[in-house]
Design a protein around this ligand. Structure first.
Ligand code: R2B
Ligand code: URA
Length: 369
């Protein structure tokens, strides 16, 4: 056992901490009127579900990324990299599970319209995952794929948020309520959020990683605007500077170049990101596009994607330390089309994941020493 090993006493301490019924939350602006029987519709998890506190009460970090398969891969790599264990809500593997009769039941349910195919296929996929001790999805999977790994630093959720600020906002509301209902939002042990994403680089090359200072709206301003009862409300979009620096400090563990800078978030991959290759194009030409991108760069932006500003605004409003780690798939000053090979793209998306795994490993050392 090395000096970072998770001690049995830590596990017992965290378990009892989690089991204590009431707690003081570190969350700011938490809705005081949450329903007693709150149902998190897009996650398919209800407040009263058996095993909620045991499964989520020890969560210290939620890593969010666009795609479901990437969330699976992160959970798998995290378990491998930290010596952690994938856990599911039913935590104990079902020794008596009979695959053939379960498959039969699943297909009958699909045929009679009681279940839709994606969920029943996920049950089967989960069966194989359990047999191989791989991460299993938790909750329903038609919108989000959520996994959990118990690491020496504490529980870590890996979940996808799809593309764009609206879907990410839904996930943020539901995952935050989930952690509150499970008692993970304790003042003495606040959890953190991260987004591990892809982006278009501004003056940086494919594979380079940006740890964001702020999210910017497509105009280049550091703000996120929403409408409440039809009135515009403006929220600030700074990420947690200390968390960003702690993650940035782990850059020696990855092969990629890692920089700090602002991240521009747009409501579209084509028009708002000034691409000339959309189905329609409202940008006059190459010269105007480059002028716009260079102006963003001159003001400190280093990449452009579709979630950072809403993510930063949500977390700042609720007092959740958050960081956005985005890898560039291309340098937008050199073009619009993403032409990297499948292999290159997989390598690029590994960069932010490896950086965060290193961060979680170092957190385990810091907590246990
Ligand atoms: C990065 O990549 C996606 C678009 O391809 C989007 O979710 C983002 O922010
Ligand atoms: N994701 C984006 O939103 N933009 C890019 O250019 C690449 C990935």
């Amino acid at each position: 056992m090395d000096e970072c090993s998770f001690s049995y006493y830590h596990a017992v301490f965290l378990y009892f901490l989690t089991m204590t019924a009431s707690h003081e939350t570190f969350l700011k602006n938490l809705n005081p009127n949450l329903p007693e029987d709150d149902y998190l519709y897009h996650l398919g998890i209800g407040k009263g579900m058996k095993g909620l506190c045991e499964t989520f009460g020890n969560v210290v970090h939620v890593a969010m990324m666009g795609s479901g398969p990437r969330a699976f891969r992160f959970a798998e790599e995290l378990a491998r990299g930290t010596g952690g264990k994938p856990v599911s809500m039913s935590s104990e593997p079902n020794q008596d599970f009979d695959l053939m009769s379960a498959l039969n039941e699943e297909f009958q349910a699909v045929e009679t319209g009681q279940k839709d195919l994606p969920d029943s296929m996920t049950d089967v996929q989960n069966w194989f995952a359990r047999e191989a001790d791989l991460p299993e999805t938790i909750g329903k999977t038609e919108r989000f794929w959520m996994f959990k790994v118990d690491t020496p630093a504490g529980g870590v959720i890996s979940v996808n948020h799809h593309m764009g600020m609206p879907t990410h906002a839904i996930l943020l509301h539901e995952v935050t309520k989930l952690l509150h209902h499970a008692g993970a939002d304790r003042v003495e042990r606040p959890f953190e959020y991260s987004r591990l994403g892809t982006s278009g680089g501004l003056g940086i090359e494919g594979g380079d990683i940006v740890v964001a200072n702020r999210g910017l709206e497509a105009s280049g301003k550091p703000r996120y605007r929403i409408h409440v009862l039809g009135e515009e409300v403006e929220l600030p979009t700074e990420f947690d500077p200390e968390l960003a620096e702690r993650i940035f400090d782990c850059r020696d563990a990855v092969e990629a170049t890692v920089v700090r800078g602002d991240t521009v978030s747009c409501d579209d991959f084509y028009t708002e990101q000034a691409r000339l290759d959309g189905a329609f194009c409202m940008v006059a030409g190459e010269a105007e596009k480059i002028k716009f991108l260079k102006k963003l760069h001159a003001n400190g932006a280093r990449n452009m994607e579709m979630e950072a500003s809403a993510f930063a605004a949500f977390c700042k409003h609720m007092g959740i330390p958050a960081a956005c780690v985005g890898v560039a798939l291309l340098n937008r000053l050199n073009g619009d089309q993403v032409k990297a090979s499948g292999e290159q793209l997989a390598k690029y998306s590994d960069g932010p994941q490896q950086l965060l795994i290193e961060y979680i490993k170092r957190q385990a050392c810091a907590r246990n020493n």
